[in-house]
Design a protein around this ligand. Structure first.
Ligand code: ADP
Ligand code: ZN
Length: 721
């Protein structure tokens, strides 16, 4: 007879005690089904202990656990990671554990699933809905629910098509094995620099102990080839590897490179997986059969059975910071996971975060450098274009020198990339007659005009409206004007300048899936695109040897706002996008359009003197007591009721404890004062590094009563400060 303490998912409650019925085996980490009120919920046994007798418990009201999953229990290092994450980021442990179980039902007993796909048979009765469904489904496969979503029809339509013989069920084996990568399939001939770097990383895998290493290599130096050697070593040792990528769009090119090197694809983990793919991957990861997993940040909490190496690629990327639900930074959690697993972790980047470089300076992280590009490739030449001295023509955004550069590339049959981190046609649309501006009804944000879809869209909540012909305010016809450029507008300018050129717009609007990314890569490689106009999506990872010109349309864009991280972010982004130029044998050239060519960050980009830039930034951070020297935490109070949000935020401010080494700023309207219909107020806590600021906040917020309609979220180590 025993009882278990269980973290029940979907419950705000802490761990709950249950009785383990006779014959059921439950141990710490076991995945179980527990009754809660009338519901049956998944949970994880956090502690399980023998109970001498019912009498000793003194409580026979404990309810019985209902079932235990036929899956390995979550191992101790993962349970520690869950506890650490919950503790550090002030999140409910159940919300963290949920990420470990993912949306898969680990409890699903059956090892098979039935998916559906089109048979090619056209039903006799072909309603418009049925036709639409068959067209959209094409050769895709999935559960009925998934096909219905793809086709944008009801489940009943899909079931009707099954009855009519146009769609059939196919059995999928959840346990069907993944291929095993071959460590020695196609090892590259490494340069001396690369060999030295790879040897260090391989030695780390052999040592099989916690060791964080920064792999700091310029763009095109072959960081992937180098850390692949460490991956190969882990495969030889029979250990599992996790490679984290910042962007789902980078998965597809990665799979291809991995295949070239190891003879098969790794297991992919991202939000685009179908439910059966997800179940199969989760299972293989938990049994240790999935040898190498590549994934987005959510792959970090999966139950690897024998993790021997973690890699965070493009480790400086901001998308590793999760901003909703559990607010965590995947780069930092990856280091903690490696610590608990007792294995090495590699952070790869050409533009490491100041926080990461600081760890190297302190000696907590080792550093491996790749100072030069691989092979014949040279670093690109970078020049700034002063937009005040050399302004573009009226109504245009590209200066003459940049346009000349593009023309030269077109003549030589080389590719160009124009970078502007703004989706859509124009960031602001207003009425020429009355000055009316289109604002999102749910957010403090302007609606952005998208000409490709003829809509106004809010980039924060996704609200869309058709572009009206009449101004909603003064009712005048055709008076709307676009202010400022977005990528679509730059693409228009390019089309006007070079009508013969083949242009592609690359943003999250056009590349929304790994398949779309693969299609883009294919077209670039085939020379089917001359000029790419893209957002931050094109700044990273890609390798196009024929791309020799990069133009940064507005280098000053990220510098507004006065946030202390702005210069670092601008430096990283422009250096990354510059790194796309001249990666093959042909030399690359970068033009940076700016109004402030004298600014430190622009100078650093032009001269390539990263050290000087980092030194100056680090000093500025030290002076401000900003990270990595001090710490911030943001407390965001939000409600649909503005008065309630403001009142509660003030209450939180008044209740702030006096703590030596801590200062509370605000409350003030949050950087996005309204988001998805909720009014937001922010308090920014600044603390000395040594202070356990989480403990202070826990006690402070824990003592307050919250009105039901108010939500409070804490963001420890917020990205902006
Ligand atoms: P980084 O990630 O540092 O920007 P990559 O790993 O993408 O660089 O390498 C840049 C290009 O050089 C890739 O096409 C890669 O395949 C190639 N490359 C790097 N090292 C080697 C090598 N030792 N042998 C052959 N090709 C290499
Ligand atoms: Zn909005």
């Amino acid at each position: 007879m025993s009882r278990a303490r269980v973290l029940v998912l979907n419950s705000a409650l802490g761990p709950l005690d249950y009785r383990v019925p006779h014959g059921m085996h439950v141990e710490p980490g076991s995945i179980v089904v527990a009754p809660l009120g009338p519901r049956q919920l998944t949970g994880v046994a956090w502690e399980a202990e023998r109970m001498p007798s019912d009498a000793e418990v003194g409580d026979n009201r404990l309810r019985n656990l209902l079932a235990v999953a036929d899956a390995p229990p979550l191992a101790a290092p993962l349970r520690r990671l869950v506890e650490w994450t919950a503790d550090y980021y002030l999140a409910p442990p159940a919300a963290v554990v949920r990420m470990a179980l993912s949306s898969t039902s680990a409890l699903e007993g059956s090892r098979t699933a039935v998916e559906y796909r089109a048979t090619g048979h056209v039903p006799d009765r072909l309603t418009p809905q049925r036709a639409q469904a068959l067209e959209r489904i094409g050769d895709r496969q999935g559960l009925i629910r998934e096909l219905a979503t793809i086709a944008d029809v009801s489940d009943a339509v899909i079931r009707g098509l099954v009855k009519a013989g146009a769609i059939e069920g196919v059995e999928v084996d959840i346990d069907s094995p993944f291929p095993v990568p071959d460590a020695d399939h196609a090892p590259p001939a490494l340069s001396d620099d690369q060999r030295a770097a790879a040897d260090t990383l391989v030695a780390g895998v052999r040592a099989d102990a916690f060791a964080p290493t920064l792999l700091d290599g310029v763009t095109g130096s072959g960081k992937t080839e180098v850390y692949f050697e460490a991956v190969a070593e882990a495969i030889r040792a029979g250990r599992q590897v996790l490679v984290l990528l910042p962007e789902i769009a980078l998965t597809e090119p990665f799979l291809k490179r991995f295949h070239d090197r190891f003879g098969c694809e790794p297991v992919a983990w991202h939000s685009g997986l179908r439910s059966t793919q997800r179940r199969r991957a989760w299972r293989a990861i938990s049994t240790g059969e999935a040898r190498v997993t590549v994934g987005a940040r959510s792959a970090l909490f999966l139950p690897y059975a024998r993790l021997g190496l973690l890699v965070v690629d493009e480790a400086h990327e901001t998308s590793f910071k999760q901003e909703d639900g559990v607010h965590y930074h995947a780069r930092d959690v990856a280091v903690m996971r490696a610590k608990f697993e007792g294995c090495p972790v590699i952070l790869a980047s050409a533009t490491p975060a100041i926080e990461t470089r600081h760890q190297v300076a302190l000696g907590t992280y080792a550093e491996v450098k790749l100072p030069a590009r691989f092979g014949a490739a040279q670093m690109p030449t970078i020049e700034a274009i002063d937009l005040i001295a050399e302004p573009p023509e009226r109504g245009r955004w590209l200066s003459g020198r940049l346009v000349g550069g593009i023309a030269e590339r077109l003549e030589k049959g080389e590719q160009s990339l124009l970078f502007l981190n703004r989706r859509g046609y124009a960031p602001l649309t207003l009425c020429r007659t009355c000055g009316h501006r289109f604002q999102c009804p749910n957010c403090t944000a302007w609606m952005v005009e998208h000409r490709l879809t003829r809509r106004l869209a809010c980039h924060h909540c996704g609200h869309v409206e058709p572009v009206p012909r009449l101004c909603p305010e003064c009712k005048e016809e055709d008076t709307l004007v676009a202010c400022g450029p977005g990528v679509e507008r730059i693409a228009d300018e390019v089309a006007a300048l070079f009508p013969e050129a083949k242009t592609a717009v690359v943003t999250s609007d056009t590349i929304w899936s790994p398949a779309k990314a693969a299609e883009f890569v294919g077209r670039m490689e085939a020379g089917d695109i001359d000029i790419v106009v893209g957002t931050q999506l094109v700044t990273k990872g890609y390798h196009f040897p024929n791309l020799t010109l990069v133009g940064v349309v507005d280098a000053d864009l990220g510098l507004d706002g006065g946030d202390l991280r702005a210069a670092e972010r601008t430096f990283q982004q422009i250096r990354q996008v510059s790194g796309r130029a001249g990666r093959g044998e042909k030399p690359g050239h970068v033009f940076i359009q700016t109004h402030a060519p004298k600014a430190g960050v622009m100078q650093a980009l032009v001269t390539g003197d990263a050290e000087a830039f980092y030194a100056a930034e680090t000093e500025a951070r030290a002076e401000a007591g900003a990270p990595p020297f001090g710490r911030y935490a943001a407390i965001v109070v939000s409600s649909e009721d503005q008065a309630a949000a403001m009142e509660t935020a003030r209450l939180v401010g008044r209740a702030a404890p006096e703590v030596e080494g801590m200062h509370v700023y605000g409350p003030a309207p949050a950087p996005l004062a309204m988001l998805r219909g909720r009014h937001r107020y922010r308090l920014l806590v600044h603390a000395r590094r040594a202070l356990d600021v989480q403990d202070v906040i826990r006690a402070w917020l824990g003592a307050l009563d919250w009105p039901a309609k108010v939500r409070v979220a804490v963001d420890v180590d917020p990205y902006s400060f």
